[in-house]
Structures are given as structure tokens and as C-alpha cells.
Design a protein around this ligand. Structure first.
Ligand SMILES: [Zn+2]
Length: 157
């Protein structure tokens, strides 16, 4: 059968779809976000099979599929694994004044990293392996953005 579309012009329309959504965080997500909001504590879960401590916490291990029933308290400091610096303002996508960064941070006591914002760093300071610490928001509402961002650890004294 002949393809009737082969000689047709393809008209492309540019657009942006905004999709607001709400859903329950679930049992594991709720406990995690409550600890962030109410106690400014990070929690992870440990897999009883392979011993991996997941942060953010997971109900089930994606490697061995066991249920991760053990909760583990993590530090509010961690290690920057990788990052990028944003130097161009975008009116809808810039959560902090420029320059800020996005980084993967592995918290003390965790085996996995998670994506968060980076701020209060000097030009050229960011590197893989840099110790970073969480800066919590004054007003917290049960979101991962109850942590405003991570910044390089500054030792006092
Ligand atoms: Zn496992």
C-alpha cells in the first residue's frame, strides 16, 4: 500500500504545556517530608538485602527488590558528587539569584545521591568531593524545598 503521507508537508507547532498536579506523598514520602518539615532531619531507608542506604528513602530496593523497612537518620552534611552552575536567568525556572547551581549530594550515612540546589559558593569553588551542608527554610511546608539549598561547609574559627 502506498503511504499517502510521504509527500505531505509536516507542520510543527511550538508550545509549552503546564501541568499542575497534586498527589499524596505515600507512607514513606510522608514520613520523610514530615521529618524535614518538623525536625529538619534527613531520613533514609536501608535495604536488608544489599545494605544500601537510600536517600531519598525508598520502600523497596530497586536492585534486590527487598522491602527497605529500616529507617536511618542521616547527617545534614554531605558530599557534592557532581554539579552544574546556572548563569543565565530564566523568568520561570530560576529559583535563586544568579549564579546558583544544581548538584547531586550524597548525605552522610547515605549511599545514594539526590538532586538539589547549590548556593552561597565562590566562583570556582565547586568540585566533586566538596563537603556541603543543608540550609533549611525558615517556613517549612512539607516539601523537599524545605531545604532551600546546599552550600559549601564553612568551618567556624
Ligand atoms: Zn537491596
Amino acid at each position: 500500500m502506498e503511504d499517502w503521507r510521504k509527500d505531505q508537508e509536516i507542520v510543527v507547532m511550538e508550545g509549552r504545556i503546564k501541568v499542575p498536579y497534586r498527589w499524596a506523598a505515600g507512607e514513606v514520602g510522608t514520613r520523610y517530608l514530615q521529618a524535614l518539615r518538623d525536625e529538619m532531619r534527613f531520613l533514609g531507608t536501608r535495604c536488608p538485602g544489599c545494605g544500601i542506604v537510600y536517600h531519598p528513602p525508598r520502600r523497596n530496593c530497586p536492585d534486590c527488590e527487598r522491602e527497605c523497612g529500616e529507617w536511618v537518620e542521616l547527617g545534614e552534611r554531605g558530599t557534592l558528587l557532581t554539579y552544574t552552575v546556572v548563569r543565565r536567568h530564566h523568568p520561570q525556572l530560576s529559583p535563586l539569584p544568579l549564579p546558583f547551581g544544581y548538584g547531586i549530594v550524597r548525605l552522610e550515612g547515605a549511599d545514594t545521591g539526590f538532586l538539589h540546589l547549590l548556593y552561597e559558593f565562590q566562583e570556582g569553588e565547586l568540585r566533586a568531593g566538596l563537603p556541603v551542608e543543608a540550609v533549611f527554610a525558615q517556613e517549612r511546608e512539607g516539601s523537599v524545598l524545605d531545604v532551600r539549598y546546599f552550600r559549601p561547609v564553612r568551618e567556624v574559627g
